[in-house]
Design a protein. Structure first.
Lengths: 196, 146
């Protein structure tokens, strides 16, 4: 028997058609609804997601900054707060005077050694989890005052820093970029693995 | 506008009362000897016609061979002003009398000069560092700092 006679192209088509029809027939049964036991009102109001996703979402979309603005970068921060750049889009329009109600420290300005214990204390008083954006050249390295006898050469000498934002001073767009970077960092965090 | 008094005229008045107190009188400023600073200052404050009732500023200068402290005096009553200066030559232990007893303005400003230049003001009620912290070594506004 010639192979071509048994497996003619027509025969191949028939085999294929049968397989497709069988697959369709098998997949016709209704998939059971896991929420069926819920009543309709409840069902419409429940979303399922992972704990990490919802926790990180909540944390990054309502970060309240603490007051720590020792120098001129503060004005860029104020501009970022105000209507043109509108920091409330990110849920962080409230600047907290109390560190116990804040999650984020934006270190907007030159820090002197005499002021350093106060900043350290404010950071220590903030509740976990907390983040720090080092805003501007002075906050990163002391800037033009790096070799001064009275200036802290970078906030990372006294507190841990999450995002370094260069500029002298950085424009509001740059600050928003830094905040978005911090959002990305927070969304990578995980309760189990601890994130990065 | 506040009238700047001729330092030479004021120097003559002072010399009449306190002989040998004035070290040098230029057109705009009056340099007095450190040890007689306090009585000259009191005279300028309390003499009718002068009445320097307001101390605008106190500042310190390092000229390497001496320290100079500059007092900007103003009379609100007569709307005139005068620049008073005093020097100390001992670099290791510069001392001047404090004028806090006459003008309270001098309190923080003398502390600042003490902090940054290391000039001691005798009679100051609370002479300690103001801008820098306790335990800081040296006086950073001195020309030979570093």
């Amino acid at each position: 028997m010639e192979i071509e006679e048994v497996y003619s192209s027509r025969e191949l088509d028939r085999v294929e058609g049968k397989a497709v029809n069988e697959l369709i027939a098998r997949s016709q049964q209704v998939i059971p609804d896991p929420d069926k036991w819920l009543d309709e009102e409840l069902e419409r109001n429940v979303l399922l997601t992972s704990v990490d996703a919802v926790l990180n979402w909540a944390r990054r979309t309502s970060m309240w900054p603490v007051v720590c603005f020792p120098a001129c970068c503060a004005f860029e921060f104020i501009t970022t707060e105000a209507s043109r750049f509108d920091l409330s889009r990110f849920g962080m329009e409230i600047v907290r005077a109390s560190p116990r109600q804040a999650d984020l420290m934006i270190t907007a300005g030159t820090l002197t050694w005499k002021m350093a214990p106060q900043v350290k204390r404010i950071y220590d008083q903030m509740a976990e989890p907390k983040w720090v954006i080092a805003m501007g050249a002075c906050a990163i390295s002391g800037g033009i005052f790096a070799s001064s006898y009275s200036v802290v050469p970078g906030y990372n000498r006294i507190i841990p820093v999450d995002v370094y934002l260069p500029g002298c001073p950085p424009r509001p767009e740059a600050l928003i970029h830094a905040i978005r970077m911090l959002h990305q960092k927070i969304s990578r965090k995980s309760l189990i693995s601890g994130g990065e | 506008m506040t009238l700047a008094l001729s330092a030479k005229d004021v120097a003559k008045k002072i010399e009449k009362k306190y002989q040998g107190c004035v070290a040098e009188s230029a057109a705009e400023n009056l340099l007095v000897k450190g040890e007689s600073l306090l009585e000259v200052a009191a005279y300028l404050k309390d003499t009718p016609g002068l009445d320097f009732d307001y101390l605008t500023a106190v500042s310190g200068v390092d000229y390497l061979d001496c320290f100079e402290v500059v007092y900007h005096l103003t009379s609100i009553k007569h709307n005139h002003s005068l620049v008073l200066k005093a020097r100390c030559y001992d670099r290791d232990n510069p001392v001047l009398p404090s004028v806090v007893g006459l003008w309270r303005t001098a309190d923080f400003q003398e502390r600042e000069i003490y902090d940054l230049l290391g000039i001691s003001f005798t009679g100051h009620p609370n002479l300690k560092r103001i801008a820098l912290w306790e335990g800081f070594e040296g006086h950073p506004l001195r020309k030979d700092f570093l």
